[in-house]
Design a protein around this ligand. Structure first.
Ligand code: FAD
Ligand code: FES
Length: 319
């Protein structure tokens, strides 16, 4: 059985993940999805080799420094690891929180000092008690102004707290992370941006980045919702489409009244848009149960994997 050495303690690791082995010993490492999607559980190998299977999706610079995802790591060889305390953390102040829909808030933040991030990347919001969750950026940032869209999950540990923050409150951010970003080296490739719920946030980040860069090809944004109230950026997206002739906004609302042009099935709508848009790069964001089938459809429709950028909002299963 392989042994994990962690801050002077020796922990035997069987088939369980490093995250679970640490938890068994009473050591808490921040975590969120427990599925390799969110990077909340980063730790660092300081002696021995980090399991490469637990480094998928990490930036090359993190891999080079020995970082790995504790929830994805099972050990076959002995390893000494340490918390990711040396990753930079930025303090941010809440500027305002706006109610966008019954269960969605826009949270506007300003970091202390500059904060370079691309629209569509995500940041880890860290609370003082160590609770950590990833949230996507609806804007590109250089000066440290950030916009998050947060869906209030009933009974959730982080999202209700974030939605109820008052202006002036402070929190900490790690990141940015993620590759679901606008490709500035592909200014003439059509874009299809599709998501449901707050999956709109990273798509809006990509759209804003594309427009800032003077993107020169059609951009179609499909926002899916169950009810019309779920189209929480309807007016702003209509206005954007009116201002920019290359932008098409296609809402798909399951329960919209008969005859309302916004009525439609999200999966079918995205399939039709993908079919009609040759050579597109396709961004898919939102809850995995809705987006995974769309990801599969998109691949089967002939879009190469390298042209599908997906950020699935994977959450930990209830325990
Ligand atoms: C890369 C990435 C980017 C993300 N970006 C965003 C974003 O921009 N906006 C956003 O709102 N969220 C985003 N999320 C999800 C976010 O990180 C949290 O998982 C979410 O806010 C729930 O956290 P919580 O602490 O409130 O709930 P938790 O305490 O983690 O969960 C409480 C319970 O609710 C269940 N649950 C959690 N989320 C959901 C859900 N969506 N639907 C149904 N049940 C759920 C859990 O399984 C658990 O049983 C993102 C996730 C990832 C991986
Ligand atoms: S990647 Fe490990 S908890 Fe999300």
């Amino acid at each position: 059985m392989a042994t994990l050495t962690w801050q002077g303690r020796t922990i035997a690791c069987g088939d369980e993940s490093v995250l679970d082995a640490l938890a068994r010993e009473g050591v808490t490492v921040p975590s969120s999805c427990r599925a390799g999607a969110c990077q909340s559980c980063l730790v660092r190998a300081v002696a021995g080799t980090a399991p490469s299977s637990a480094q998928k999706g990490l930036r090359a610079s993190l891999v080079e420094q020995g970082f790995f995802l504790a929830c994805q790591a099972t050990l076959t060889d002995d390893l000494t690891a340490a918390p990711a305390d040396d990753l930079p953390v930025t303090r941010a102040t809440v500027l305002r929180v706006e109610r966008a829909a019954d269960d969605v808030a826009r949270v506007f933040l300003r970091t202390d000092g500059a904060f370079e991030a691309r629209g569509g990347q995500f940041v880890h919001v860290m609370r003082d008690d160590g609770l950590t969750r990833p949230y996507s950026l609806a804007n590109r940032s250089g000066d440290g102004s950030l916009e998050l869209h947060v869906r209030r999950v009933a009974g959730g540990a982080m999202s209700p707290w974030l939605c109820d923050l008052a202006a002036g409150a402070t929190l900490h951010l790690r990141g940015p992370s993620g590759e679901c970003v606008y490709r500035r080296d592909r200014p003439t490739q059509p874009l299809v941006l599709a998501g449901t719920g707050t999956g709109l946030a990273p798509l809006l980040g990509v759209l804003r980045d594309a427009l800032d860069a003077g993107h020169g090809a059609p951009i179609t944004l499909v926002h899916g919702a169950r009810t019309l109230a779920g189209l929480y950026e309807d007016d702003a997206l209509r206005a954007m489409a009116a201002r920019h002739p290359m932008v098409r906004y296609e809402p798909a609302v399951l329960d919209a009244p008969e005859g309302d042009p916004r009525r439609g099935d999200f999966r079918a709508r995205v399939a039709a848009v993908v079919k009609a848009t040759k050579g597109a790069r396709v961004h898919l964001c939102g809850p995995p149960e809705t987006l995974r089938p769309v990801q599969r459809d998109t691949f089967l429709a002939g879009v190469p994997l390298g042209d599908i950028a997906a950020d699935l909002f994977v959450t930990a299963p209830s325990r």
